[in-house]
Ligand binder design. Sequence first.
Ligand code: ZN
Length: 163
Amino acid sequence: MPPPASGQADVVEPMWLTWATSRRQIRRGHRRNATSGENMRRIAAIFLAIVLVMFLPVIIPVVALLDCVYRKRLRAAACAFACLSCGGILGLESIRLADAEWDEHLRELRETYPSTRFRLVRHVRAICSACGARYAFLERERAFVQTGADGGLSTAHGVTTKA
Ligand SMILES: [Zn+2]
């Protein structure tokens, strides 16, 4: 592409803006002549979409695999971690309790706000079956930290921070 002449600097719009603009123009029925630059951007966007769709069969198993690895680490850590409150080993039951509580929480949200989509972050990964202490999981450290009743991590950080 030749360098733009002075005063003709090419303004690069975000992709979505380009698309939105061209869609609006099509609706209004007076679409201006597409320059080769616009065409290139459109082709690039279509190409990107095709690549994304092509790689979905790769992305989905990778995400599933990562989740599998995470749960494996979670289970291993739970079977080796002694509860900070009562001293008992958390074990697989603690993970099951946390999963059940999370599922119940999601179900309640869906019932209360049926038409709302939530972006939720989950903190509680294990609940001690003996004393009910709630734990978040630190994957990198392969360790649990106690969380508050609201699932917040603010109090938990004090437990893990090394001096
Ligand atoms: Zn406990």
